[in-house]
Structures are given as structure tokens and as C-alpha cells.
Design a protein around this ligand. Structure first.
Ligand code: FEO
Length: 176
């Protein structure tokens, strides 16, 4: 069954929102790199890559269901962040907004009785729990670290280990 028009419109907006998320995190990655916090720069860079896979999952779904992707301009993001805590708190706040957007698409899909979309969205609903938890956990750690330079560098080192995995793919492998 071809995608419902209201659902199609909402998902097209979400493609834009996910690319915006990638852009937002790329800006944070750049700022961390400038601050010589290479681990945090890595963490945000990987996050930006993940956001692009989210965008592509929505984009491909629109096409698969016979819809028409519309690709309007991506809004610019701020890059003048002052400190890591500010960035991770903003990331947590942003992810809560993304969760609300996805819940809203689910509400539309359910109202339109579009079960295929609802099934696809379940993946994103689960993913958002993780997305919120990851950003919030690091923000909380940074609060505990406070002004300790040593603590900050240890946290930076920990975040340098994050590796990009395309979790939108069944085996977590590379995108086809
Ligand atoms: Fe695509 Fe960070 O949610």
C-alpha cells in the first residue's frame, strides 16, 4: 500500500531534522577539535555519522512506499559553543526534541492506520531511548568532573573509543 500523504509529509520533515542533527553534532565536533578535546570531537563526529544513517532510513522508506522525498534547505547550526558540558546538555535537550518529533509521526501513522510506518517507527522509538541516555549520561559525568582538568582529559580519552556502527542495518554492518 502506498504511503499515506500525511505520514509522507511528516517523514519528509524528519529526513530534514535528522540531517540537521548531523549538522548540529558536526558543529560540536568541530568545536571540540578546536579545544583539543579529540575524544569528544570523535564522539560527536560518530554521532553525526549516525544521524545521517537515520536520515537515510527515513528517506529510503519514503521511496520504498511509493512516496516522493522533498529535500528543502537544512538550517544552519551554532558552532560557538564554550565548553563540553554546554554541548552535551544541548545534545540531550536536542534528542528529547527528536523523540517528541518521532512520537508525533507515530501518532499520525496510528491515526491514519498506517501499520507499516508504525512498525518502522518502533526502531526509532527504541533508538531514541539510547540517544537520550547517551548524551544525558555524559552531561552528568561532566557535571561531576566540574573544573578538574584531569577528569576532563580522562573523559575525553574514554570518548575517543567510540566507533561508528550503522545500527540501521540488520547486522550493524556497512550500508548497502
Ligand atoms: Fe537521529 Fe539523534 O536521533
Amino acid at each position: 500500500m502506498k504511503i499515506n500523504k500525511k505520514v509522507e509529509e511528516a517523514i519528509n520533515k524528519q529526513v530534514n531534522a535528522e540531517i540537521y542533527s548531523a549538522y548540529l553534532y558536526l558543529g560540536m565536533s568541530a568545536k571540540c577539535a578546536e579545544l583539543n578535546l579529540k575524544g569528544m570531537a570523535n564522539w560527536f563526529y560518530v554521532q553525526a555519522q549516525e544521524e545521517m544513517t537515520h536520515a537515510m532510513k527515513f528517506y529510503k522508506f519514503v521511496l520504498e512506499r511509493g512516496g516522493h522525498p522533498v529535500l528543502p534547505a537544512i538550517e544552519g547550526v551554532r558552532t560557538d559553543w564554550k565548553a563540553p558540558l554546554e554541548m552535551f546538555e544541548a545534545a540531550y535537550e536536542h534528542e528529547q526534541k527528536v523523540s517528541a518529533l518521532i512520537n508525533n509521526i507515530m501518532d499520525i501513522a496510528m491515526a491514519e492506520r498506517d501499520h507499516a510506518t508504525a512498525s518502522m517507527l518502533n526502531w526509532f522509538i527504541d533508538e531514541q531511548v539510547e540517544e537520550e541516555a547517551n548524551a544525558s549520561e555524559i552531561a552528568e559525568k561532566l557535571k561531576l568532573i566540574g573544573d578538574s582538568k584531569e577528569g576532563l582529559f580522562m573523559q575525553d580519552k574514554e570518548l575517543s573509543t567510540r566507533v561508528f556502527v550503522d545500527s540501521t542495518q540488520p547486522a550493524g554492518g556497512a550500508q548497502a
